[in-house]
Design a protein around this ligand. Sequence first.
Ligand code: NAD
Ligand code: UGA
Length: 373
Amino acid sequence: MKILVTGAAGFIGSHVVARLLQEGHEVTGVDNFDICYSRGQKEKNLMPVLLHPQFKLVEDNLADMALVKVVKGTEAIVHLAAQPGVRGSWGSSFHRYVTHNIQVTQRLLEESKANKLKRFVYASSSSVYGDIAPQEGQDIAILNEEMMCKPRSPYGVTKLAAENLVQLYHQEYKMPTVSLRFFSVYGPGQRPDMAFNRFCHNLLHDAAHTIYGDGKQVRDFTYVDDVVEAIAASVTSEAAVGQVVNVGGGSPCTLLEAVTMLEEISGKTCPKTFLERQKGDLFSIRADTAKLERVFGTKPKTPLKEGLQRQWEWMRKFVQAEDEEQAIKAQVQPITGVDEAVLAEAKADEKAHKKAARKAKKNLGKEVPGGLD
Ligand code: NAD
Ligand code: UGA
């Protein structure tokens, strides 16, 4: 199949591209290498697939590019491009969330109408739910797709708005859409603003962990390969069409338990600084994955410890390479104390030299007046 992956250079996108190529698909990736984190990390994400003969990368902004360039002839779209991050979505950066999450999704849906797509897969988020109280007999809320969504962060509001748009295009235009609600994804290539990436950094640099709230918030951490599995299945599954499906990791734990696990894996510890709970941060949640199993016949299988081990190994290499690059940059001495008069003299000298060379070239081959004796 010819598949378009938006946000291809990002954390989840780069894993998806690799998997779809492995399955023999022809993949076009679009990414604008958004400034929300380093271009260097995104380029490294794409390194393993960049020269694959079935892969094409288009560097452009989906918010204003001519989408026909990438949508025409495409059979499926996996739409991952977004402005992610819960805690940064308040205040003056909100317009970025509106543009990259809502408007880009609407543009893509409009462009897709005419293209008889076989599938439009949208990356939704557990953030659309908001805080839902645990039901009787539950310690923490187990979120299922039938529950009423009341997001508590501006980010969640934009992800839900886009998810609603996706559903509208399914209803009104029979677009074969699938919305997958991912729960806190982790693994190699994780975004630098996310908890595990920051904790690994701290362990590698002997810095203190910042814990928002009391650290007892439960997350249904999901290993990136399990997310990729669900995305790959969505591209071909007929049963998934028109559905909204949770993709949760199946091994929920508190943040502090996850920190302890990382410390065991790394053999290191760090002091912890507790700060107040961040606005928009969900309390404890876990995913009901019954629908995921029903629709795709699979469920996430990577235990947290195994996934964390793989992220740690990746982080060690990534951070070491980053530190080496910084050290080389620091060794480059800026040129200082140049004497302006000496510089001007050298320039004048060079100019005169060039002039003489030009004159000599011009006279070359000219007969000497008067000829030879
Ligand atoms: P990411 O930031 O690593 O990847 C997103 C990519 O999209 C980036 O490379 C960025 O440059 C690109 N992009 C953004 N706006 C663009 C535009 N206008 N044009 C072209 N490219 C653009 O984020 P991620 O963590 O890989 O998340 C991928 C998707 O999954 C997002 O939609 C996010 O909301 C969703 N999601 C992520 C998680 C998670 O835990 N990582 C959880 C739930 C949902
Ligand atoms: C993540 C992603 O960032 C969102 O893009 C995504 O939509 C969301 O998952 C989701 O599942 O919908 P989040 O759950 O906040 O959001 O994931 P992390 O950034 O990994 O944070 C997990 C928890 O650790 C949060 O409670 C956060 O406040 C906390 N945290 C994070 C810290 O205590 N310290 C830190 O340094 C970083």
